[in-house]
Design a protein around this ligand. Structure first.
Ligand code: TGC
Ligand code: FAD
Length: 405
């Protein structure tokens, strides 16, 4: 239905994705021609391959496995990984723009891409042996292989240092035991980068492959959020892991936390993509929907909502761009990344809620993307560090006193 009751099968089948990106402060002037080219190619991809069918996937809780190869083809996996390993060799602004455009389509689709790039390819690239890099990175980059990242456990979410998943030396291999939960991509993943403690209690990363005896990946059902992304557990029952599958380059909690820095950066851009989609939809609806003989966009209260949405999007775009420059210079700190992730997700959730109101009753339907974005963002505000954990990371930086325990 269009806002005034006429049939629009167009929106339902997704043909009407005419998204226009808000750029109120001419932030495009800060981008290179290459950045703009990358952004427009991903935007076109989303309009063609995701928007037409995402409501159906989400409503049916369907993970479209075929998207993995397509993401590989357009360079969405590991854009900052050097080309010699199959990556894009791009800068962090490009990475951010790719995440923004994909999450403009759907946060679950961005999850698939950011887990593969930041949480699977990144640790193999940063901490892996040359053999591991050559064996896994090109296949992960091309989408021939899907990966997942196992840090969270049933009893250790915000506090990963307490993890109990462990491995012991058994001569020419390790024996891995334990369980991870809430793992994006796990039910379909070919490999898992798993964080586990050795006999001395030191955390290491291990590459666990599907098919290893004692390794299973049960799917998590019944999510109201990220319904087009597949989530599951990782269960290890005396899994024999070859010694060459240990990531040799770094141990300790700092290793997975470095990966999270990269992924949280991508989320800072991604969540604003979802916010821009909600704003764009609300702006259009406000111009089309007639009440009291006028477009609802002529009422001051609706204008207030739109003005505040645009203000927050513009502020977040500038924050993300500056953070991207600091990432490129290797100067971005974890608290700076926390600030951007936390800000973007809060802005996006508030915008989704306000946009939902602008759409009236239509806002709760799959005719418009709002409710899907809103539900997705309820996961985004929790994963990669909850909203409050990021606040505490900032608090510790400001005061010098960690308040986690
Ligand atoms: P803390 O004592 O602060 O640090 C432990 C060690 O790590 C070092 N470190 C870092 N190193 C490199 N980069 C960083 N960013 C680092 N941050 C800390 C630190 O120096 C220390 O080193 P050392 O040598 O002294 O041992 O650790 P803590 O245990 O007090 O924890 C701090 C806290 C709470 C902030 C941290 O645990 C945390 O961030 N918790 C949140 C957990 C989280 O974000 N989980 C995410 C799981 S993955 C996920 O959600 C994927 S969803 C993906 C999707 O679908 O898109
Ligand atoms: P808890 O840590 O139990 O937190 C519950 C509440 O307590 C939160 O509000 C939290 O802020 C608060 N809290 C906890 N500690 C403190 C404190 N010290 N001070 C103040 N408040 C505190 N993990 C992975 O490893 N890989 C993945 O791919 C992955 N994908 C995910 C996909 C989805 C859809 C979801 C929902 C989660 C995913 N996660 C993944 C897990 C995610 O990172 C955790 O859910 C998150 O870190 C929070 O852990 P928790 O759910 O155990 O909550």
């Amino acid at each position: 239905m269009n806002p005034n009751g006429a049939e629009t099968s167009e929106r339902k089948s997704g043909k009407s994705d005419h998204f226009e990106s808000p750029d109120f402060y001419h932030i495009d002037d800060l981008l290179t021609e290459e950045h703009k080219l990358i952004r427009s190619s991903i935007r076109d991809f989303v309009k063609k391959e995701i928007s037409p069918i995402i409501e159906e996937w989400a409503q049916n809780a369907h993970f479209p496995y075929g998207i993995v190869k397509k993401f590989g083809d357009i360079g969405a996996f590991g854009p900052t990984v050097p080309e010699e390993y199959g990556g894009g060799g791009m800068d962090y602004i490009s990475y951010g723009l790719i995440m923004q455009e994909i999450e403009r389509g759907d946060s679950g689709m961005r999850s698939t891409a950011s887990v593969q790039g930041s949480l699977v390819m990144y640790p193999i690239f940063k901490f892996g042996s040359e053999e591991q890099k050559k064996k896994y990175l090109p296949k992960l980059a091309s989408g021939e292989m899907l990966g997942c990242f196992g840090l969270t456990e049933p009893d250790h979410g915000s506090n990963p240092s307490g993890m109990v998943t462990n491995f012991r030396d058994a001569g020419d291999h390790y024996i891995l035991n334990g369980a991870k939960m809430w793992i994006s991509n796990s039910p379909k993943a070919d490999i898992a980068v798993v964080w586990a403690k050795n006999e001395e209690g030191r955390i290491h990363g291990l590459i666990v492959e599907r098919g290893m005896e004692g390794f299973s990946t049960p799917e998590t059902h019944g999510k109201w959020s990220l319904r087009a992304s597949t989530t599951g557990e990782l269960v290890f029952n005396d899994v024999k892991v070859p010694k060459e599958n240990l990531l040799p380059g770094k141990s300790g909690l700092g290793a997975p936390l470095m990966c999270l820095d990269s992924a949280r950066y991508g989320i800072a851009w991604g969540a604003i993509g979802a916010a821009m989609d909600c704003y764009d939809s609300a702006r259009r609806y406000a111009g089309e929907r007639i009440q009291f003989g006028k477009p609802i966009g002529s009422f001051q209260l609706v204008q207030k909502k739109l003005s505040e949405m645009l203000t927050e999007i513009t502020k977040a775009q500038l924050l993300n761009w500056k953070l991207g420059k600091m990432m490129d210079e290797g100067k971005a700190t974890t608290p700076q990344i926390s600030m951007a992730k936390r800000n973007s997700v809060e802005v996006a959730l508030n915008i989704a809620r306000e946009a939902r109101q602008v759409h009236g009753g239509m806002g709760i339907t799959g005719e418009y993307p709002i409710m899907r974005h809103m539900m997705n963002l309820e996961s985004v505000i929790t994963y990669e560090g909850t909203h409050d954990i990021h606040l505490l990371i900032l608090g510790a930086d400001i005061t010098g006193i960690p308040a986690f325990t």
